[in-house]
Design a protein around this ligand. Structure first.
Ligand code: BES
Ligand code: ZN
Ligand code: MN
Length: 502
């Protein structure tokens, strides 16, 4: 077990196995960051030439380990690069968050670590600890040998350590990081071990001992309700679909937020089958569901005065004699008929059932999260999510991401695309566009049809939901948990409208 402390102590005097400081890359060379002042003066003039000999420039991801030979209370000084000094607050938070993630992997064998990264306000404190906790994530369920040891004591050093806002930010960061770990664990679990029934059971288990109530709707119940999207998509799998509904209803709720997540536990494409390469990472296609479930748990653990109703739409998109076919018509919960034209555009079908269920609860706002389209990955790459929806919701989601280490980019839903959603030859709506371009826009416009004109936001996280490369900053290989901090911060904004401008 690791314990975490927020301290005001000087990094030069703090006793630990290693002390971590940040370094900006400047035109004049390395500049030690805010928080490292004492370290700089204790080491004096010897540090700069040493860093130059080591070739340390302060680039993001760069690490220099310097034995302190008695000049500091810690035997080892670890410098982590922060990159060039950012122009805005969001970039600064992100730089610090990523450096803290690098720090976690660079001090894996130290029994105690002191982090003296920039932490002069509560937002920075939060990003230091979240970055550290997320960068140190490891998925070891399938390893027969246990991974690196974790530090027993981690101290975050901050000049505002005694401020109430800083201690709350510090506590909250631990709740949020635990939830992101939960998302990563689920996303990283192989699809064969997390079919819709198994995932539903895991979700129910995760709510035990929390104020969140879970209801699992099985295939018989879904048939009774007429959830044709989930049943159609899930029909090809021997593991039947599930709809998991969560409810968190605090007595002091000031707003009602509905969350809907895409939970395709494996996406083979169905009869419109994917290529082998296209399928490789498709265990990640339930990341949206994992994110909304863990966000609900985090909001409840933080005790935010926001009522949350969450829907995890779980199905496995497989190939068999009972798979839905291109050309089939499905009836979504509530009666809207949809002509299926590409069985690989399955996410919108399961989300449609969930969205209509959400609308019935008359929430103030609905947000869905989905690894929905490769198109948005093509457009924005692996680090930035696409956001669609009502203007004020989109704006608040982008802002929530800026505070919490995630970048979302607003995307349009042009009228010609909206028109084509209504252009099915035989049903109310067409599920797939005959025009190949802008497929993420069509998907979003399709979803909007099921939102009952309520304020709505849609996060397409196909790019940033899963990280194929090596660990970098606060991201480790595999599931990232992208979207979670944004949802929790968005809920925070709903509970404090004056402060956040929502
Ligand atoms: N799950 C995929 C989207 C995806 C792609 C997520 C890459 C993560 C990484 C989704 O179900 C899908 O297959 N979308 C199609 C949509 C098309 C058929 C309109 C796609 O991206 O090609
Ligand atoms: Zn999919
Ligand atoms: Mn698909």
């Amino acid at each position: 077990m690791t314990t975490y402390h927020l301290r005001g102590a000087s990094p030069a005097k703090t006793r630990a196995d290693a002390v971590v400081v940040g370094a900006w890359k400047t035109r004049q060379g390395v500049a030690l960051a805010d928080g490292a002042e004492d370290v700089a003066s204790a080491l004096g003039r010897s540090l700069r030439p040493l860093l130059s000999t080591l070739g340390f420039l302060g680039k993001p991801g760069e690490v220099a380990r310097v034995p302190t030979a008695g000049k500091l209370a810690t035997p080892l000084l670890v410098l982590v690069g922060l990159g060039e000094r950012p122009r805005d607050r969001a970039a600064e938070l992100l730089a610090v968050r990523r450096a803290a993630g690098v720090a976690a992997r660079s001090t894996a064998n130290a029994a105690s670590v002191a982090l003296a990264l920039p932490a002069s306000d509560p937002g920075l404190v939060r990003n230091v600890l979240e970055g550290y906790l997320l960068g140190g994530y490891a998925f070891s369920r399938y390893r027969s040998t246990s991974p690196d040891q974790r530090a027993g004591t981690v101290s975050v050093l901050s000049s505002v350590a005694r401020r109430q806002e800083a201690t709350s930010a510090f506590e909250e960061a631990q709740v949020v990081a635990r939830a992101v770990h939960g998302v990563r664990d689920w996303v990283n679990t192989p699809a064969g071990d997390l079919t819709p029934p198994l995932f539903a059971a895991e979700i129910a288990k995760a709510t035990k001992g929390t104020p969140v109530k879970a209801t699992v709707l099985d295939e018989a119940k879904l048939a009774e309700l007429g959830c044709g999207g989930l049943l159609g998509v899930g029909g090809g799998s021997s593991a039947p679909p599930r709809l998991v509904e969560l409810r968190y209803s605090p007595a002091d709720a000031v707003a009602h937020l509905a969350l809907v997540g895409k939970g395709i536990t494996f996406d083979s494409g169905g009869l419109s089958i994917k290529t082998a390469a296209g399928m490789e990472t498709m265990k990640c296609d339930m990341a949206g569901a994992a994110t909304v479930i863990q966000a609900t748990l985090a909001i409840a653990r933080l005790g935010l005065p926001v009522r949350v109703t969450a829907y995890a739409c779980l199905a496995e998109n497989m190939v068999s004699g009972s798979s839905m076919r291109p050309g089939d018509v499905l009836t979504i919960y509530g009666g809207t008929t949809v002509e299926v034209l590409n069985t690989d555009a399955e996410g919108r079908l399961v989300l449609a059932d969930g969205l209509v269920r959400a609308v019935e609860q008359e929430p103030d706002v609905i947000i869905d999260v989905a690894t929905l389209t490769g198109h948005m990955m093509t457009a924005l790459g692996g680090r930035v999510g696409a956001v669609f929806g009502s203007d004020e919701v989109v704006e608040s989601l982008v802002e929530a991401g800026r505070e919490s280490g995630e970048r979302h980019w607003p995307m349009p839903m042009p009228q010609d695309v909206v028109d084509r959603v209504h252009a099915s030859q035989i049903a109310d709506l067409a599920q797939h566009d005959w025009i190949r371009w802008g497929g993420g826009l069509f998907a979003a416009a399709f979803l909007r049809e099921f939102t009952g004109q309520r304020p709505w936001g849609h996060l397409d996280i196909a790019g940033p939901g899963f990280h194929k490369g090596a660990a970098a900053g606060d991201w480790t290989t595999g599931g990232t948990g992208f979207g979670l901090t944004t949802l929790v911060d968005y809920a925070r904004g709903l509970s404090a409208p004056a402060a956040s401008g929502v």
